[in-house]
Design a protein around this ligand. Structure first.
Ligand code: CA
Length: 219
């Protein structure tokens, strides 16, 4: 299996790479969060250290989950419980506390991939509602075939909803995903961005407000 390992510590990365290789996997190691986002399509599983030099690991995970269902096992420092909880909420499949025991790592990788392969088809990457089309991979939005230009944040709000079309998404989850932390995000910026997206799409029926909870894309 192709395992992408995001770890900035050379010692840890060396040991993990060797263990993965010895057990029949094809490890590829990167040091930065940006590299994960650039290379995740060439991997079957991501081992993600939360303490990376450029981007916070949770931010990497959030960005990845907006475009990919790649199985992710988070590597975390001991006692970092809040990060673990948030990691799992953002879509990590499992986590390991450092220092990582190799036998445990290999067992977790096996369990996660077994779950991933039995949980069926990948989600469609282009989502439609009425004549609004959201291409999650290309980050492109069209209405009636004409491209609509959204800012990065506007697109991320729309993508977070479109990725779960037909499902109500809570404000907290949206803020977690788009701003990285619902506790820090300013609630008003979500409203501002949604208002902008609605105005640009010109299709108010496509984005439904669920009073007291959040929003839904499509029926
Ligand atoms: Ca680190």
């Amino acid at each position: 299996m192709r395992v992408l390992l995001a770890e900035d510590d050379d010692g840890v990365a060396g040991a993990l790479t060797e263990a993965l290789y010895d057990n029949g996997h094809l490890p590829a190691r990167v040091r930065r969060g940006e590299d994960v986002l650039a290379r995740h399509r060439q991997a079957d599983l991501l081992l993600l250290d939360l303490g990376l030099p450029d981007l916070d690991g949770l931010e990497v995970l959030r960005k990845l989950r907006a475009v990919s269902a790649l199985p992710v096992v988070v590597l975390t420092a001991r006692g970092d419980e809040r990060s673990v909880v948030r990691g799992l909420r953002l879509g990590a499949d499992d986590y390991l506390v450092k220092p990582v025991r190799l036998a445990e790592l290999l067992a977790r990788i096996e369990a996660v991939t077994r779950r991933a392969t039995t949980s069926a088809a990948p989600a469609p990457r282009t989502v439609r509602a009425a004549d609004v089309e959201v291409d999650l991979d290309a980050r492109r939005v069209t209405v009636g075939g004409a491209e609509v230009r959204l800012t990065t944040k506007e697109f991320e709000v729309l993508a977070a909803l479109a990725a779960r079309a037909g499902t109500a998404v809570s404000r907290q989850q949206l803020m977690d995903e788009v701003w990285g932390d619902a506790f820090l995000a300013v609630s008003r910026s979500l409203d501002v961005h949604l208002t902008q997206v609605r105005a640009k799409l010109g299709r108010p029926e496509v984005l439904t407000t669920i009073r007291g909870f959040g929003y839904r894309f499509g029926d």
